[in-house]
Each structure stands twice: as C-alpha cells, then as structure tokens.
Design a protein around this ligand. Structure first.
Ligand code: DON
Length: 310
C-alpha cells in the first residue's frame, strides 16, 4: 500500500473507532487517589505514531493527565540501564501474578515482588534508580521521560501529594519489601519517587510517541534521539506482554497479541515492534483497572490492522 493510502486508511479507522466508542458509558474513573476522581469521563483520544515518525490522532489528544502505572515500563528500563538484567532480577521477578495491580503479595520463595508492572514490583524497581540523593534521582527520572517524550516534562504536584497522603497500601508493600531486603533504601524516599513518576504529566500524543520509541529499538521516531539502551528493549517488551495488563494480561495477549501497559489515569500504550506505537486515553476503567474504551479500541485496531504478533 502506498504511504498516502496508508495515511487515509489509518485516519479513517481512528475516526470510525472514536465515533463508535465515544458515547459508550461503561466503567468508572479511578477515585482511590482523590485528585484523579476529578477527571472528565468523556475525554477520549487515540493516537498512532509509526517508527518512521508519521502521526495519526483523533479526539482529545492534547489533554494533559498523569501517566500513572504506564510510568512503570519506563522506570524499569532505567533500572535495567543502571544495574543490568542480572542485578534487577535479584530484586524484581518477571512472573505474572494473576492478581490485581495493588495486591500485597511477594513470591513465596524468593520474597521478590512478582514483576515490575504491578505496584510492589514498580516500587522496588524505582528504589533501584541511581542518584546521589532524592533530587538527583528525580532529575534522572525526568530526563529519562524527556528522552521518550521529546520535550520537558513536569510532575503534577496536586496528584503527587494526593497520592502521597493516601497511598497507605503502597506504603505497606514498601515496608514488607524492606523487611525482606528487596528495598534497602529509605522507603519514604523510594515511595516519593514512585508517586512522582506516577504523577508525570503527559497527553495521548506523548503516550504514542513513547510506545513508538519502544517499537523503534529505543529511538524516539520524532526527535531521533536514543531514549533507552536498545539491549533492554526485549526485556521491557517481554514483561509488558506478560504482565502489563495485570489480571487481564493473558486474555489481552490471546486476543490483542501485542505488548501493552495501562494506568489508572485511563491511558493504555501498546507497542507493535518495528512498526508503531499506540496511545489511547479514556478515563473510565473496568474492574481490573484498564480503560474500557482503551481495551475495545486496541482490540479492534489489532484485528483491523492484523497487529497480533502470532
Ligand atoms: O500506585 C498507584 O496506585 C498508582 N500511582 C498507579 C496505579 C496504576 O496506574 C495502576 N494501573 N492500572
């Protein structure tokens, strides 16, 4: 298919999916972090960025929101760059849990959190980020996000403080991991950095660029800058594939068949290796914490464009 034809087809598909699902009234917005409950449930956007930098987008793709759990993917990449696969594996496993994202569970034998995509594993991962103090670690984290997004990024302070003052479940997990030696730093500092990474401000366009960077061996297809060492792409995409959609990960892999990650903000990123990154944003969530419209859009995109890896 010629480039011009592909553009028309992709834009038409996005328009059709957006109008098909924009009036769908299923799911509820996350409210366990008080600031997140304020979001407008009708916001809805879809964006595709190809590895050669073409952008197709529809809906509220400039609307800003906090990245939440989608950040876990990128923090994992930074921890791998800081310590290498062998060291990171000593602290965080790669097994799906089949449990909710906020389950308070560690692997019985190793005492590691199961994987870096659930909260416990993400907190342990973030505690591995190198830096001489809290500010340097935050700046290294923000620099990393900037490489993926291609512009300056900021933390939403209201969302950060809202989560810090209500995140007792995450605090409980951090204490448990401190007890088992999976975190060996000041846990309040590790939790602060985790809450800050979740509160990084993005839009749907950014999500697709970030996903496309992972699809493009770590090179941002718009800025052409390397965001993450390409040797860790297969590690990142493998855990996204098996664990990124929590207790829906198996069904997602079966039906949609591409690595993905969701967040309670209502965002989903999906990566089609060597082809494209997809970002969807729609705040109402299903019982597993995945965007209702986001899952439906990705399922249809996978079918219509033949994206399933197998
Ligand atoms: O740890 C938390 O609860 C949030 N900051 C992130 C959770 C999240 O996005 C889970 N995704 N569905």
């Amino acid at each position: 298919m010629a480039q011009g034809d592909l553009e028309i087809v992709l834009l038409d598909i996005l328009k059709e999916l957006h109008s098909k699902y924009k009036s769908l009234q299923e799911g509820v917005v996350a409210n366990y972090i008080p600031e997140l409950a304020k979001v407008n449930p009708d916001l809805f956007s879809i964006c595709i960025v190809t590895v050669d930098g073409q952008v197709y987008e529809i809906g509220d793709y400039e609307q800003l929101f906090t990245i939440q759990s989608i950040s876990k993917v990128f923090a994992y990449g930074l921890a791998l760059e800081d310590h290498g696969q062998v060291e990171v594996l000593k602290r965080v496993g790669v097994e799906p849990t089949g449990e909710a994202f906020n389950a308070i569970i560690l692997d019985e034998q190793s005492k590691r959190p199961y994987n870096p995509m659930v909260n416990a594993g993400a907190i342990a991962t973030t505690s591995l980020i190198k830096g001489s103090g809290a500010t340097e670690r935050l700046n290294r984290m923000l620099d990393m996000f900037q490489r993926y997004i291609g512009r300056d990024v900021f933390v939403d302070i209201s969302v950060f403080t809202s989560e810090r003052s209500t995140g007792h479940r995450n605090r409980a997990m951090a204490h448990l991991m401190l007890n088992f030696g999976m975190i060996d730093r000041n846990i309040e500092e590790a939790l602060d950095l985790y809450f800050q990474q979740c509160a990084v401000i993005v839009n749907c366009h950014d999500l697709a660029v970030m996903a496309a960077t992972l699809a493009n061996r770590g090179i941002n297809p718009i800025s052409k800058k390397q965001a993450v060492d390409k040797r860790y792409i297969k590690d990142i995409l493998s855990v996204m594939y098996t664990c990124g959609m929590y207790n829906f990960a198996g069904e997602w892999a079966y039906k949609i068949g591409i690595p993905a990650k969701s967040g309670v903000c209502g965002g989903i990123i999906a990566v089609v290796p060597h082809k494209m990154g997809i970002g969807v944003f729609s705040p109402p969530l299903d019982a597993r914490g995945n965007s209702v419209r986001g899952v439906k859009v990705c399922e249809e995109l996978s079918q219509q464009l033949g994206l399933h890896l197998f």
